[in-house]
Every structure is written in C-alpha cells, then in structure tokens.
Design a protein around this ligand. Structure first.
Ligand code: GDP
Ligand code: GDP
Length: 437
C-alpha cells in the first residue's frame, strides 16, 4: 500500500527544490491553489516508468536559529530516518565542499541506498567535471541539469532500481488509521488514552522504518486496528522534530499509509493554516476523514451552542470536508474518546461501500427526472447510465453524450443526489464523466 519514499538532501543552493519540482512535474493540487497555503512543497507524489513513489525535499525543513552545518546534518538525518532511497545533490560548479563530504559520510554510514546527482551540468563540456565526485565514495555520479531537465532519466532509472520488492499485502480486515495535526494539539495524549483502554497486540515492531512506528490493537468488538505512525512516539534529541514543516511531512506520509485519517484540532487555539493544509491533503489523497476537536474541556460554558458554533466554523474553513463527521473530545477527561473506534469503523465501511448498478441507476434516473439536464449552446446534455468503478474512495463513472456539456454545477448536483441516497459519511466520492462510445 505505501509507496517507497525518496528523499533529496544536499547543501543550500545546489538545486534541491528545482530538482524536486522537475521530478514531481506540474501536479499542482487544489490545496496549494488555496490562497494563503504555502506554495513550496516538501512532500509530493511522483512517478517514473510507472513506478510510483513519494518524494521529500529535506531542504524545506528549516530549523531556525541553528548554524548551517547543523541544519544540513539534521536534514540528512530526516532523510536517513524517513526514506528508503536518498538522492544526494551536489553542485558541479563548486566541486566537493566540506559540507558535501560530511553529508556523504553520514549517508554512507546509514547504509541506505544513495544516488549521487551532480547538478548544474547544463552543457556537455561540464560532464568531464563529474568524475571528481567519485571520491565521495557513493558510487557513480549522475550528471543532471535540473533547470533544463537533462539527465534526470538516467538518474531516476538508478533510483527505482533500489525500490524494495513490491509485497502484495495479505488481505485482512485490519483498519489502518492515523492521527494527524499540528504539534501540541494532543495527538499523543489521545493515542495514550485510547491505547490505555485497548489491548495492544504488538507495538514497535522492528523492521522497516515505517513498521516501527505503527501500533496494532483490537477493539472491544474484536475489530483489528493499526494506528499508523503512532503520534506518541518521538525520537529524542532531534531538533527537526518540533518544526511545523517536519510535522507536515510526517502527516502527509501517515495519510498515505492510512485508510482513515483523524484530523485533530485544538479547541483552545481554533483553526490555523497548517490544520487546513494537512486536512486538504487527507481529502486529496481520497482517505476517509474524521475531524476530532480535542481539548474540549478547556472551553468554558460549553454547551450545545458552543458546539454548533465550532461546527459552523469548521464547515466554513474546511469546505471540501463537508462529508467528514466532527467529534468533540478531551484526551484529559477522556470525554467521548470511547466513541472513536466505532466511528472509525463506520467511515471505513462507507469508504469501502459498493453500490449495485441497478440501484445506482434508479437514483440517477430519479435525479434526472427531478432536475432535467441543461442545454448548452443549443446542445442538450444526455446522461445514459452510471457505474461504480472503485472503492476507497467510492468512484463512479457517468456516461454522457458529451462531457463538455456537463458543467461542474450539474455534476455536483448528481454527486449530491448519490450522497443523499447512500451513506457516504466520512468519505469523499469521485464522479467521473465519460463519453459513451
Ligand atoms: P536548493 O536550495 O538546494 O533547494 O536550491 P534551489 O533549487 O533553490 O536552486 C538554487 C539556485 O540554483 C536557483 O537559482 C536555481 O535556479 C539554480 N539551479 C538549480 N538547478 C540548476 C541547474 O541545473 N543549472 C543551473 N545553471 N542552475 C540551477
Ligand atoms: P501532540 O504534539 O499533538 O502529540 O500533543 P500532546 O499529546 O503532546 O499534547 C500537548 C499538550 O496538550 C500536553 O501538555 C497535553 O497534556 C495537553 N493536552 C492534550 N490533550 C488535552 C486535552 O484534552 N485537554 C487539555 N486541557 N490538555 C490536553
């Protein structure tokens, strides 16, 4: 389920973010199109020759007030801790610098596969300069020019050679979920409170980096859960741990590994930009989502009205998450925490829901009768039939005479009718329009 993780490391200005953007291409997401959301990306999906992976730009994890060497060192450690494969970027114009050597040594000791990219090789004459970089001891240097997009193919060929063998995971009924959110919203407190009541089967399985931070437990009703990237586990003495950018990157990774995502908010502090960014990513990734408002005990005079006010605020700030149920909890007093497992089960069931074609088409025909298809420039939209092509998230294809005639508003109308007819609480649904051949 989880894609391999590739991290880019190297000194400032060698071209890490240029390379990152080149590899990722122009997959601009709706989250990044939202005003106020930071545009520079540190984590994104990428693909080479049909192999998908997640890419991290460690240069985006800045640890303020630290000397440059410490910053670079910490970024390399993030790569070593998080990634399956590391791309070390150096700059052909500078030759090998002390910082390059230090990072190379750290990477070498980590025993992780490293691919050495010598950047800014913008013209063929520069190619002869790359041989010096063999002395970093990391194998063959790959000449690239990130601004011109030259040499990336050979380098990526080498990167994907190191991908772990794809393991087909045994089908089982375990629900994978994660708690995501800003530092200090109370994720680890919720984890501890939840686990205190559940029987933990295995915790801290050694093995890959990722397994080591998952926790398995069984609910009272026998349902098996895996808590992905258990929020409570922190490595000691890493400066990067408390940076928001690192938290964001970890959240994105955990979302990728989960079926259900619990977006944790802090009632005491309200909603911040980072909350929106993280929640937007969960939505885009197509995961089931529950919004958990923690520290509810800190709200004075809380009653139905304060809850309604907060709900309205959430609905306004997270419009794309209109389907996500909201629960108000307190890790401190344990209020309503016992409702979480059942809620996780429900949204995951909805996420996996399959609708029979005949039933789906009955709903479609009713919708068409209630609100006839529009005519655009004298041409009438015709909707023939619908079929569900996938689950997690439920994805429907609607066959029409001409997809251009189905505007967003009519598509949204059909989507709402499908939602009204079936229980898809907690899950996004995708509707795709297609021309009937
Ligand atoms: P980072 O700090 O390592 O992320 O580096 P950036 O990606 O921000 O790049 C630093 C500078 O180097 C920018 O001005 C880039 O335009 C430039 N740059 C990046 N890649 C190349 C390249 O392949 N050739 C040249 N000539 N310049 C590059
Ligand atoms: P994390 O960084 O999201 O994992 O947050 P923590 O679980 O470490 O919690 C951050 C701080 O908030 C700690 O001091 C907790 O004791 C406190 N905290 C967590 N949950 C609650 C809650 O429900 N109510 C109150 N009053 N404090 C809480």
């Amino acid at each position: 389920m989880a894609n391999p993780i590739v991290a880019i490391v190297g000194r400032p200005n060698v071209g890490k973010s240029t390379l990152f953007n080149r590899i990722v291409g122009d997959r601009i997401s709706i989250v990044e199109d939202t005003p106020g959301v930071t545009r520079d990306r540190i984590y994104a999906h990428a693909e080479w020759l049909g192999k998908e992976f997640s890419l991290i730009d460690t240069g985006g994890i800045e640890i303020s007030d630290q000397p440059l060497v410490t910053q670079i060192r910490q970024q390399a450690e993030v790569a070593i801790d998080e990634a399956d494969i590391i791309i070390l970027v150096v700059n052909v114009e500078n030759g090998i610098t002390d910082a390059d050597e230090q990072v190379a040594q750290l990477l070498y000791k980590s025993k992780k596969p490293v691919v050495l990219a010598v950047n800014k090789v913008d013209n063929p004459e520069r190619r002869t300069d790359i041989y010096d970089f063999y002395s970093l001891g990391l194998g063959e240097p790959y000449p690239v020019s990130s601004v011109h997009g030259v040499g990336l193919g050979d380098m990526l060929d080498e990167v994907i050679k190191h991908f772990p063998e794809e393991k087909t995971q045994p089908a089982d009924d375990t629900i994978r979920f994660s708690l995501i959110g800003r530092p200090n919203v109370g994720k680890s407190s919720i984890v501890n409170a939840m686990l205190g009541e559940q029987r933990v089967i295995v915790s801290d399985i050694a093995g890959t980096t990722r397994d080591a931070i998952n926790t398995n437990f069984v609910g009272d009703d026998g349902q098996k859960y895996t808590m992905v990237d258990t929020a409570g586990i922190k490595k000691q003495g890493k400066l990067y741990e408390n940076t928001e950018r690192y938290a964001l990157m970890r959240s994105m990774r955990a979302i990728d590994d989960s079926d259900v995502v619990l977006v944790v908010l802090n009632a005491e502090e309200g909603i911040r930009e980072l909350d929106k960014h993280v929640a937007g990513y969960a939505h885009e990734a197509g995961r089931a989502v529950i919004i958990v408002v923690n520290k509810w005990d800190t709200i004075p005079d809380r009653d139905q009205r304060t809850m309604t006010d907060f709900t309205n605020l959430i609905r306004q700030e997270f419009q794309y998450l209109a389907y996500a149920p909201i629960i108000f909890v307190s890790a401190k007093t344990k209020q309503r925490l016992n409702k979480l497992p059942a809620m996780i089960q429900t949204v995951e069931a909805n996420h996996q829901r399959r609708i029979q074609s005949s039933v789906l088409n009955d709903v479609l025909m009713d919708a068409l009768a209630a609100n006839p298809t529009p005519t655009v420039n004298g041409k009438r939209l015709r909707v023939y039939y619908a079929t569900q092509v996938a689950v997690a998230p439920p994805t429907f294809v609607i066959f029409v005479n001409d997809p251009d005639l189905m505007h967003f508003s009519y598509q949204r109308y059909l989507e709402n009718q499908i939602r009204a007819a079936f229980d898809f609480t907690g899950t996004p649904i995708h509707v795709i329009k297609r021309k009937r051949k």
